[in-house]
Design a protein around this ligand. Sequence first.
Ligand code: F3S
Length: 65
Amino acid sequence: MIGLKIVLDHEGCIGCGLCISTCPTVFQMAEDGRAHTVQPAVTEQEQQDARTAAENCPVSVIAIE
Ligand code: F3S
């Protein structure tokens, strides 16, 4: 699948949930209460939303490659 690769530092996540509510097709909550990525940001909307999530994550653990 082609798309923007999103890298999330799972260990650093504090589980605020913002990325998941901003872009639920890319970010999901893992069983340990921290977010992880489930796919790259493919559509334009996903890419925009993933960037918004990266900018707004309170602990800045989301990076876009
Ligand atoms: Fe975690 Fe940041 Fe998302 S704290 S839940 S990676 S917005």
